[in-house]
Ligand binder design. Structure first.
Ligand code: SF4
Length: 179
């Protein structure tokens, strides 16, 4: 058994994850020995939007020399997971299912690849509820430790101001398009 903490940081996009990744690179989060960024977002629609967010994420990770993994994009499977909840508002039940779906994937990946902790940036957007993300994570991560890290918002905003990230104006799925 290792006492090391090998973390999977789940990310939805570069603008949300930039500060968290920088903090981890700088060793600002105590107790983390190694980490990897996971981009598993089959919730994003349509495909060209997914590609834009993925490409920005990869660019930022490569700029900082951070390892990353990309999960499969199967939007139809994701839609089955949230079936019946299409009309839920953002922060409603559909989002809980969506978080759980992605955390479950991370849990299985962690078990197979020797990671023992999971954190995310799913709650950093002002449209999201951090407590909702935390509940979904705790219910989904099983034996893999969930770390509800509170990321430095000032750093995230600063990096976003200095960067030229592609920036979306909706959360991700087709049910979250904003008028
Ligand atoms: S609004 Fe965002 S978190 Fe909620 S279901 Fe859609 S993609 Fe997932």
């Amino acid at each position: 058994m290792t006492n090391k903490t090998n973390l999977i940081l789940m990310s939805c996009c570069a603008p949300c994850s930039a500060g968290a990744i920088k903090q981890l690179v700088n060793g600002e989060i105590p107790g983390i020995d190694e980490f990897i960024v996971m981009f598993f977002n089959p919730n994003i629609y349509p495909m060209d939007e997914y590609q834009k967010r993925l490409s920005e994420q990869i660019k930022y990770c490569e700029k900082l020399g951070v390892k990353y993994v990309v999960g499969d994009y199967n939007h139809d499977d994701w839609k089955k997971a949230v079936c019946g909840l299409e009309n839920e508002p953002e922060r409603g039940l559909r989002c809980s299912k969506c978080f759980a779906y992605r955390f479950c994937f991370a849990r299985e990946y962690a078990k197979k690849h020797g990671f023992n902790a999971i954190a995310s940036v799913f709650g950093v957007s002002r449209f999201k509820s951090q407590s909702q993300v935390d509940v979904a994570a705790k219910e989904s991560c099983g034996d893999i430790k969930y770390l509800p890290i509170k990321w430095d918002e000032n750093l995230r905003v600063k990096i976003n101001r200095e960067s030229n990230f592609y920036r979306q104006n909706y959360c991700g799925c087709e049910f979250s398009f904003r008028k």
